[in-house]
Write a protein that binds this ligand. Structure first.
Ligand code: PMP
Ligand code: GLN
Length: 380
């Protein structure tokens, strides 16, 4: 068996969700909303499933969805994308990431990664024969620093993976960070794989800037999005990849043997949803910001130190000298609340004092979780 996968533990999200089920806990671990998602989008998917064509769609994705993706990113981010040569539909962002990593890396190529990092990246890089070079971002600001980039990039750097907005820190890299990173990509002729699945989930007027619009990045950036996050339908696994034609040609070769296509009814619904007017996006953000405030205020009132959250479904608390894994295990068993130990996002093990909670939940769920935390706050 290949040791990369044979030696891996089960992902922390699955582990914590399983523990939550076993202990009857309220699950604020894995990031998924507990509302059913926009009814009109689900209705389009249901109708397409009932009345539509349910055979293999085109490998690159339905033309209607690729056009909707190009129009959407032109409207929201000022990107000009050719739907025929620069856009591809994948089965979730995860497939897009896997395909890009497999398509671009040769054995021995170096890949620059920023910790905390989403847990899928590293095993995929290792399986592709890549050599990870870690840059550890420091709480609470998680900014890029020139010295760290200078130490990580080399003549062997092929790829850099940037997650912006960043899960789990709930921070957004600003233009200064992106300009700095872009200059290193240009200097070392590296491709940037940008996991921007949280691009629409930003709060308090924070603006998400795609790396692709920065000078010299248009042809060396692979941008990844996810309908799961845009429409709060995480189980759908409809992802998008955008890249210049030269890169896209190779990404498509990987995609054709990973999944080849993605369910056509979900593609039709995503195409419909991407065209929704601004009120949907502002409403989605406002609702999540309210939930964030409710959980943050509740946790602060219980005496927890809450880190700011400018994006994503998540906020973290700082537990000081306690160990995050032990803390989360106690929390799920004794308090009946599941959370995620942030050390799962670090390979080098430098941060063990942060615990992540998902606030994309109804008021009732958040209040019940806070009540459980308050009743046995001493257990934590
Ligand atoms: N990247 C990041 C940073 C994520 O948080 C997630 C899932 N929450 C994904 C990728 C996976 O997205 P998808 O479900 O579309 O595969
Ligand atoms: N991205 C989600 C999170 O951060 C989880 C996705 C998964 O379960 N793999 O919670």
């Amino acid at each position: 068996m290949n040791p990369v996968f044979a030696d891996l533990p089960v992902t922390v999200f699955e582990t914590m969700s399983r523990l939550a089920r076993e202990h009857g806990a309220i699950n604020l671990g894995q990031g998924f909303p507990d509302n059913p998602g926009p009814e009109d989008v689900r209705e389009v998917a249901a109708k397409a499933l009932r009345d539509g064509y349910n055979q293999y769609p085109p490998m690159m994705g339905l033309a209607s969805l690729r056009t909707a993706i190009a129009t959407h990113y032109s409207r929201h981010q000022g990107l000009e994308l050719d739907p025929d040569t620069e856009v591809m539909v994948t089965s979730g962002a995860t497939e897009a990431l896997a395909g890009a990593i497999f398509a671009l890396i040769e054995s021995g190529d170096e890949v620059v990664l920023f910790e905390p990092m989403y847990d899928a990246y590293l095993p995929l890089i290792r399986r592709a024969g890549g050599v990870p070079r870690f840059v550890t971002l420091k709480p609470p600001h998680f900014r890029l620093e020139e010295e760290a980039l200078a130490a990580a990039f080399s003549e062997r750097t092929r790829l850099v993976i940037l997650n912006n907005p960043l899960n789990p820190s709930a921070t957004v890299f600003g233009e200064a960070d992106l300009l700095l990173l872009a200059s290193y990509c240009r200097q070392f002729d590296a491709v940037a794989l940008c996991d921007e699945v949280w691009e629409h989930v930003v709060f308090d007027g924070t603006r998400h800037v795609p790396l692709m619009v920065l000078p010299g990045m248009r042809d060396r950036t692979i941008k990844v999005g996810s309908a799961g996050k845009i429409f709060s339908l995480t189980g759908w696994k409809v992802g998008f990849v955008m890249a210049a034609p030269g890169l896209m040609r190779v990404l498509a070769r990987a995609h054709q043997f990973l999944t080849f296509t993605t369910p056509p009814n979900l593609q039709e619904a995503a195409a419909y949803g991407l065209a929704k007017d601004e009120t949907y996006f502002t409403g989605m953000r406002a609702g999540l910001a309210r939930s964030r405030n409710r959980l943050a205020n509740g946790l602060s009132a219980l005496g927890f130190t809450v880190l700011p959250s400018a994006a994503t479904y998540f906020l973290s608390i700082d537990i000081g000298d306690a160990d995050d894994v032990a803390f989360c295990e106690r929390l799920v068993r004794e308090n009946g609340v599941a959370a995620i130990p942030v050390s799962a996002f670090y390979e080098t093990g430098r941060v063990r004092n942060l615990v992540r909670f998902c606030f994309a939940k109804t008021d009732a769920t958040l209040d019940a979780a806070l009540d459980r935390l308050s009743r046995r706050a001493s257990a934590a």
